[in-house]
Design a protein around this ligand. Sequence first.
Ligand SMILES: *Cc1c(COP(=O)(O)O)cnc(C)c1O
Length: 359
Amino acid sequence: MTQVYNFSAGPSMLPSLVLKQIQQELLEYGNSKASVMEISHRGADFLELAHKSERDLRDLLSIPDNYKVLFLQGGASAQFSMVPINLLRGKSKASYANTGQWSVKAIAEAKRYCEVSLCTDSSANNFTDIQDFDDWNIDPDAAYLHYTPNETIVGLEFDYIPDVEMPLVADMSSTILSREIDVSKYGVIYAGAQKNIGPSGLTIIIVREDLIGEVISGQPKLFDYSTYSNNESMFNTPATFPWYAAGRVFEWLKDLGGLSAIQKINHTKAQTLYQAIDNSNFYSNPVSIKYRSWMNVPFLLADDSLNNLFLERSKEAGLLALKGHKSVGGMRASIYNAMPQEGVDALVNFMHDFERDFG
Ligand SMILES: *Cc1c(COP(=O)(O)O)cnc(C)c1O
């Protein structure tokens, strides 16, 4: 197979070392004489894997002891409902930062359960900027504040953690494990696996213990965090294969030197690509420089009619899935943890040649 680099926004590329390891152990997991896909989640082999993956994730993120780690299904989208169901805790209001398309979806779902007050709203600038935190309007009666640290579609990423008294909730689907964070600042962190963790089908929740157990009555049992925290995420059958694969990704990340190491790599990758965009008159990115995403880099071509040619030629060059989201247009390069610097260098070289030939 020739070298390809996959810039898909999600499900996205996995580290090639991890894919090879999965291939090697796919038919027979450890001493179980069966595939990891075929063994009971309650058996010793799977339990050991489950415990190790949680320990590794706790190490990577330095998760304090008073936080539970849950391995759920339903994607980040299920959390759009689980968060209000579990966190309203008798209150009737929640505060949401509206900084992009994923915020919009979280807000729409929260409105089914409570009054939503927007503490900040970037819709007027097409989600290309974030209002100064000092100017946010946070309703003190809100049960919690929800925000999206990295907006995957527009490529808008916070470079700070909002400092609030109420529980802070973050949809970290497209930024978790990409840089160091202080988990103790959060009430709940959630992330669908298919960007920076592993295959789709798994959602990871990191939740402060004291926020578990007081849910809106009449809601499904599977939407109550305590259902999982009381049963080691095995009240019912978890997504065993993605869980296993996520464990292998955590090991890969630890071997690489953990979050301080990947943070440096990710920073350099993003710098390389934004510099190439900014140094050309042909490519552009509209996001406020301070809040440009390290993970998702949308860019427009000066001439829209060249988009299809760009996509064709880039695919031929082994650079996959660069088509931008339909709401933004142009291109988007997602450069999650699994994307090596060489992949970004190859993209930048291709962009340079394309501009020379057609720009
Ligand atoms: C991809 C993504 C989602 C949606 O995740 P699903 O697992 O498909 O529900 C939600 N929020 C953000 C920030 C995302 O990047």
